[in-house]
Design a protein around this ligand. Sequence first.
Ligand code: URP
Ligand code: ZN
Ligand code: ZN
Length: 460
Amino acid sequence: MAYLMLTGGRVVNSSGCVDADVLVRDGKVEAIGELAGLPIADAERVDCTGRLLLPGGVDVHTHLDSPMMDTTTSDDFASGTRAAACGGTTTLVDFAMQAPGDTLLESLEAHQRKARGKAVIDYGFHMCVTDLYDGATEEFAEIVQSGVSSFKVFMAYRGTLMLHDGDLFEVLRKSSAVGGQVCVHAENGDVIDRLAADLFAAGRTGPSSHEISRPPSTEIEAVQRAIQIARMADSPLYFVHLSTEGAIEAVAEARAKDWAVAGETCTHYLTLDRSLYDTPGFESAKVVLTPPLRTQEHREALWRGLRAGTLGVVSSDHCPFCLEEKRRLGQHDFRAIPNGGPGVEHRFIVMYAEGVRRGRISLEKFVDLTATAPARQFGMFPTKGAIAHGADADIVVLDPDSWTTISAKTQNQRMDYTPYEGWKLPGAIEKVYARGELVARNGKYIGTEGRGRFLERSSL
Ligand code: URP
Ligand code: ZN
Ligand code: ZN
């Protein structure tokens, strides 16, 4: 029996903080309280005086080893989950893309193979439905029963990923019938494609056109439409990566009527400004991600939305492509730049620093947004998302008096840049435990290889 005792720290859960010791036995939290005096001779004791003990982060939006826009994301399950662990995230839910011509079950199995034996933290999947072939919805029950209890659909990227409204309706209807929930990428893809074609035809071929082709209204309209379609289907709905004030208003309105509508935003929409698109040359391709970054007005609305509970989750949307790869594909046409950016490694510390330390959210709210609420929303709570008796001992030891400087040179993500280059943030992630194993220390992975387990998530 392996015991670990973290002594003298402040244990933070979404429900409150307590100064307490934490006893871990065989990877699970055994007890929380005044335990240091207990005569457990073989316990490994770790002094956590002055440190915060936080639930390991749960990031429900990543794209690892994922085909996207004629390329593949740069992190596989080994590098991406190592980076996550170093940054305080001990669980992720990744998107399993439907491969053209393959069934959903075949595509899911292919994505499972990419993760098995490589992931170093526990992981689950959302099943992306990009082609509703005859019989596709008949596979939904088996997919949900296998522990993949959520689907993702796109309202943008016509010709590759997008479903038309009738298919969106059908996915919602059939998914909710088997206890699945549907995550929606809400943008009006057809309007975006038209705006993008116009910009290109006018000779505006560079990366800054990405933002112009995706104005806030393209998100807001799609959010409003998806809510109505979900009503017709009598189905719950979860919006990924919301970025605009109008979208939050639409979600708030639906929630005020008790409709089952939930939403997330991402670290970058809360912290980065659209002015990054004004950087000359190809540099702004670093933030060619979808939806694009917005103005301060939208950012403030997002923080308000988090505080009010309209948005319940902050994820990373880690969808990494090196700048060189973006250049190779999209140097002459912004429409071909693979959409996405890195984030899984820095979501936790950026949210702690920009949220808690800037006084925008409480420490408990931070824990809720980055761990508890995503675990609840996607059927992993209470095993994940809390430091509580019986939960997995996924624990981040954070030193609030130390500092973190972010740099591409020192990051673990397999990337040649980070949008947070040079940011010096209060707080440092000292140690990360995953199921009781010390997997990362001071930003370096020191755990066992391939130790991550597939999480069978519960259904609605
Ligand atoms: O920029 C992003 N997010 N890329 C594509 C993946 C997604 O979530 O839509
Ligand atoms: Zn998306
Ligand atoms: Zn994404």
